[in-house]
Design a protein around this ligand. Structure first.
Ligand code: PMP
Length: 406
């Protein structure tokens, strides 16, 4: 059993009133709150260490480098990467996907194929459309059914030598659906030589990740959704896969030698880390991993699953409430609408008046909204510090919204 009060005490932001009511923060899918240990690590970096990393001869620069490389090792362990140089610091999931979509450009020819899924965030759609525009490749989208479950059988006939990359999320941010990434990776390996990129933005806070077991080529996530500061993120790349790619950004840090005639590139991971990194943020990301491991990922997952089941059971008692992908295997979030209430933000505004923070709208996943023929949903998303009492408040708040709007 988790001592939730003890965990909540580590998140000072939770202890406040919003609109005269205790804050109920259920917008963790957009960004989670940060524990004191992360805030203190960040503050300590800026008050005692702050210096640019790598190549510095002076003590602070060396200290900053050591601390940041220690954070890289924590990430390596967190995702079970084989080598620490397979861990690349980015500013978030979006940058990680754009990096790969750009860095594989030279490997893509006209009429090659790129496969994504119906359940993607815009950041896993647009970079591939841009790649298709640059190269003449075609984008194919794994369809889903009305339960939000991907119809992955299409891959049996789609995957072939033309397929260059399959990119999809492990958990959909809009519906919370857990996708069968292992099965998709196995099919891809069997039927093609394509790369596989996993968008773990919504899974890294909730599930234990193991990139070696998963056997993906690339995996990306954002620190800010897993208790770390904004502007931090990770791109994991299998060594052999990263070595097939061209660099993304050119600049300092990523070169071995530079002259006007010719530049040679640095080894991994620095080849993909041009410019000054977010040193304090990256070190604090290491502290966020320490926080998660100290609570225990398995406990976090269990607790959030209980919250989700509890919320689902009680929300469904409200007549006229529809949960999207209700029958799918889900984690982290519940997406719903009230019958007769066309604008999800109206519900969000009424909840906000009661101190309850949820996200409303299209969740950067407009194709999913188009599939269900809706403008948006109300999404409640969970973190380790949420409580059953908070879910009760959400349910009461939704009932109130229904009385006012329907
Ligand atoms: N993919 C998914 C599944 C997401 O949930 C998000 C964030 N909502 C992103 C990508 C983009 O993440 P970021 O804005 O942190 O780059």
């Amino acid at each position: 059993m988790l001592d939730i009060q003890n965990i909540r005490n580590q998140f000072p932001i939770l202890d406040q009133e919003i609109n005269g009511k205790p804050l109920v923060y259920l917008d963790n899918g957009a960004s989670s709150q940060k524990p004191i240990s992360v805030l203190e690590t960040w503050e300590k970096y800026y008050t005692t260490i702050n210096a640019n990393v790598h190549r510095g001869i002076h003590t602070l620069s060396q200290l900053a480098t050591t601390e940041m490389e220690l954070a890289r090792q924590k990430v390596q362990k967190f995702i079970n990467a084989k080598h620490e140089y397979e861990v690349i610091f980015t500013k978030g999931t979006t940058e990680g996907i754009n990096l790969i979509a750009y860095a594989i450009t030279n490997l893509i020819k006209k009429d090659d194929e790129i496969i994504i899924s119906y359940l993607e965030h815009h950041s896993n759609i647009v970079p591939w459309q841009m790649l298709c525009e640059r190269t003449g490749a075609k984008l194919r989208v794994i369809p889903m059914n009305e339960n939000g479950i991907l119809q992955i059988d299409v891959l049996d006939s789609w995957l072939n030598e033309k397929t260059k990359i399959v990119s999809l999320n492990q958990i959909s941010n809009a519906l919370g659906v857990i996708n069968p990434v292992e099965e998709i990776i196995a099919k891809t390996r069997k039927l093609s030589n394509a790369f596989v990129l996993i968008d773990a933005a919504q899974s890294s806070p909730h599930l234990r990740l193991d990139v070696q077991k998963m056997d993906c080529d690339f995996l990306v996530f954002s620190g800010h959704k897993m208790y770390a500061p904004m502007g931090t993120g990770i791109l994991y790349g299998k060594e052999s896969s990263l070595n097939k790619l061209q660099p993304f950004h050119g600049g300092g840090e990523m070169i071995a030698t530079c002259s006007f005639e010719k530049t040679t590139y640095a080894d991994l991971p620095f080849r993909f880390e041009a410019g000054t990194p977010n040193v304090g943020g990256n070190i604090a990301l290491g502290a966020a991993i320490d926080f998660m491991e100290s609570v225990g990922l398995e406990y976090i997952q269990q607790h959030e699953h209980s919250l989700l089941e509890y919320a689902q059971r009680h929300l469904l008692e409200i007549e006229g409430l529809r949960i999207y992908a209700e029958k799918a295997n889900r984690a982290g979030a519940i997406s719903f609408n009230l019958e007769g209430v066309g604008i999800s933000s109206d519900v969000g505004m009424i909840l906000d008046k009661q101190g309850i923070a949820v996200r409303t709208g299209h969740h950067c996943a407009q194709p999913i909204m188009a599939y269900f023929d809706i403008a948006g949903t109300v999404r409640a998303s969970f973190a380790v510090y949420n409580t059953f009492e908070e879910i009760d408040k959400l349910v009461e708040g939704v009932k109130k919204a229904q009385r006012m709007l329907a």
